[in-house]
Design a protein around this ligand. Structure first.
Ligand SMILES: Cc1ncc(COP(=O)(O)O)c(C=O)c1O
Length: 382
């Protein structure tokens, strides 16, 4: 069998064989052993969050379902969410909030520009109807890192509640609920925890969750109900992704063995540095200024060479064992390469070598971006 490709994507991503092997056992979801596993995983996620006032409520499904559950449960039906938007996941948060019939407004900045905490303070002062603020920690659509700590401080000072989509940062970038005021931090198993997809979770401020009974617009996405049932029975209300949870348990044991969050971040930073330096040597330009580039995923501007087509590069890299991602920005033609997953700097060096040989094979000599670099991308968005 040929080796599986390395996924340089923001999740599902490359997992360790040990994590995948954990899925070879079937679990009875009512069984005491599974309840114990579930409890262990939830307590572990709470510990990574760092706070004592937050409880972990797991939610079956994709990360978006967990974001939807957090907003639908923790924001009263009369509430209003201000979403800080600078990319696709911010837009998605707006859309899912509007879809559930809640009031929502946006503070939008360009895709390469973080929101300004002072401007957030001004907007919160100007609109007393806003009860909650939604922020995307790392906008994975570009890789931009938003200034979470300052945004959290401004939100708390204005007496509003914060909902953080930390899908692509939790367990790598610092998020310390011991001091950071947040009603909810949402993430999923298949990003920096390096588990497999199928489980989201929300670290909820316990007082907020207690007060949230009856808020939810949806039965299956009701975090209060999920939590109350789990507390009473130790079980999920509805079928849990048993294999995914078993894999996450092993993935988190690996996380601790690596040295926890700081060690994981250090490896991702190394990966990102090797990627940026290697691609720069090949003439590629990345979208973001390095100070706002999260070591999670990097957006590179597409080369202007007439022989460049993303689909051809994708296929050639796949043949060399690497899966990359199309761009997800609306303004520039681009592609993305992830730095997270069970991969190291050596993998990034091999990827850069594979890109170099792909350029040769496809006759792409000019890797500089187009002068305006602003054509609408025609790629299929994942
Ligand atoms: C920041 C962020 N939010 C939300 C999501 C959505 O997660 P999912 O695709 O699991 O629904 C993603 C996925 O990459 C993400 O990066």
């Amino acid at each position: 069998m040929t080796a599986p490709p390395i996924l340089l994507t923001p999740g599902p991503l490359t997992t360790a064989p040990e994590t995948r092997r954990a899925m070879l056992v079937d679990w009875g979801s009512w069984d005491d052993d599974f309840r114990e596993l579930n409890q262990r995983v939830c307590r572990h996620l709470e510990a990574i969050g760092g706070g004592t006032g937050h409880v972990c409520v797991p939610m079956q499904g994709c990360g978006t379902a967990a974001v939807e559950a957090a907003i639908g449960t923790l924001m009263p039906r009369s509430g209003k969410l201000l979403v800080l938007v600078n990319g696709a996941y911010g837009h998605r948060m707006v859309k899912l909030t509007a879809t559930m019939g809640r009031a929502v407004d946006t503070y939008e900045t360009a895709e390469d520009t973080p929101p300004d905490p002072a401007e957030l303070a001004r907007r919160l002062a100007a609109d007393p109807a806003i009860t909650h603020v939604g922020v995307i920690h790392c906008e994975t659509s570009t890789g931009i890192l938003n200034p979470l700590d300052e945004l959290a401080r401004v939100t708390a000072e204005a007496g509003r509640k914060l909902i953080v989509d930390a899908m692509s940062t939790f367990a790598a970038l610092p998020i310390d609920l011991a001091w950071m005021p947040a009603a909810a931090v949402v993430a999923s198993a298949n990003k920096c925890l390096e588990g497999v997809p199928g489980l989201g979770f929300v670290l909820c401020d316990k007082a907020e969750l207690d007060a949230a009974k009856g808020n939810a617009h949806s039965l299956s996405l009701d975090l209060h109900d999920q939590w109350a049932y789990m507390r009473a029975t130790g079980q999920y209300r509805y079928t849990p992704p048993t294999h995914v949870i078993a894999a996450l348990d092993v993935a988190m044991a690996r996380f601790e063995a690596e040295g926890g969050r700081a060690a994981r971040l250090a490896r991702y930073r190394d990966n990102c540095r090797h990627l940026l330096e290697g691609m720069a040597e090949l003439g590629f330009i990345s979208l973001l200024d390095h100070v706002i580039q999260a070591p999670i995923i990097v957006t590179f501007l597409s080369p202007r060479d007439p022989n460049y087509r993303f689909a051809d590069v994708y296929r050639a890299l796949k043949a060399r064992g690497f899966i990359i991602y199309p761009g997800k920005t609306t303004k520039v033609d681009s592609f993305r390469i992830g730095c997270i997953g069970s991969i190291g700097p050596g993998d990034m060096d091999r990827l850069v070598a594979a890109v170099a040989s792909t350029l040769d094979e496809l006759g792409i000599a000019d890797t500089a971006p187009a002068d305006d670099a602003s054509s609408e991308t025609d790629m299929v968005m994942p």
